[in-house]
Design a protein around this ligand. Structure first.
Ligand SMILES: [Zn+2]
Ligand SMILES: [Zn+2]
Length: 292
């Protein structure tokens, strides 16, 4: 409707039909928050209240997997978490925009399961902020693929929508069909780290016709949700095997893994750090142990 109107209206150098249509539509249908009915400045935005309820993940976090640390001194040598020391991930760096909690669930679940594909733009902007360095350095953006049966039922790959939006924000090349999921994997809920790795092992392949476009490039792999990193790790392994120079991972939300808290507590007790030496202002806004 808006496009038809703007095409029909005359166009001059000093006046844009698109702008006029936008103003008229704003008067008739004032833009509201995508989650509640609070008026906002532009369509497709969150209001201040809904935005304030989100838990962005920032520093301090593991420089490798991006797991938020409760405090900076929870990191091991070089700012890496104990899990990455014990089992280094195949990707180089992973970052997430938000902690998975009640607030972020209101965005992610309707986006993933409720056809609210317009949420991709808001999530992508939050991801671009959290992974600014990764986006800037990426040669190619690639989404985690869906199995064809799930794609048929859902009708869209939510990771591909995020990848496209991030490509628009960062000006990067996006190859949405770079990878294929060769089998429908079972849910990873309740599985151990080893069981998760086994479940997704060999499930992701690079399409041979896309291999040339990935060889020697730094890839930014995109997904909506990350828990243990088994899925993104398996994708990264396939991309590296196909010749990619390096793989970084950027996701919308990170599900706090209760095992991370256990490992961090063990690591802390081993190193016997005195809380009195810590600057309270370094406290992370997202507390892993409370959010699990
Ligand atoms: Zn709102
Ligand atoms: Zn880590």
């Amino acid at each position: 409707m808006a496009r038809l109107l703007s095409e029909w209206l005359p166009r001059t150098e000093s006046y844009s039909p698109d702008r006029l249509v936008a103003v008229v539509l704003d008067l008739l249908l004032p833009p509201t928050c995508i989650l509640c009915s609070t008026p906002v400045d532009k369509p497709g935005l969150l209001c201040g209240s809904c935005f304030g309820e989100l838990s962005p993940i920032g520093e301090p976090c593991c420089v490798s997997c991006g797991t938020p640390f409760e405090l900076a001194w929870h990191s091991a040598e070089g700012g890496v978490c104990q899990r990455c020391i014990d089992a280094p991930p195949s990707f180089e760096r992973a970052r997430a925009a938000l902690t998975y909690d009640n607030a972020s669930r209101r965005l992610v679940l309707p986006f993933k399961h409720g056809d609210r594909i317009e949420f991709a733009w808001v999530l992508a902007q939050l991801m671009a902020r959290a992974g600014a360095e990764l986006l800037r350095e990426a040669d190619v953006i690639v989404p985690v693929p869906l199995h064809r049966r799930r794609l048929f039922v859902r009708r869209y790959n939510q990771a591909a929508l995020l990848a496209r939006s991030l490509g628009r924000i960062g000006g990067n090349v996006v190859i949405v069909d770079a990878m294929v999921r060769t089998r429908a994997t079972h849910s990873l809920d309740g599985k151990s780290a080893a069981e998760r790795r086994d479940e997704v092992a060999g499930a992701f392949l690079v399409r041979p016709r896309r291999a040339d476009q990935l060889a020697g490039r730094r890839i930014l792999l995109i997904d909506d949700v990350m828990t243990s990193g088994a899925t993104t790790g398996a994708c990264a392994e396939s991309l590296l095997a196909a010749g990619a120079a390096a793989v970084d991972v950027l996701v919308a939300v990170r599900v706090p893994d209760p095992r991370v808290g256990q490992v961090m507590r063990r690591s802390y007790r081993r190193r016997k750090v005195q809380p009195a030496t810590v600057n309270p202002s370094q406290a992370s806004p997202s507390h892993v142990e409370n959010d699990s």
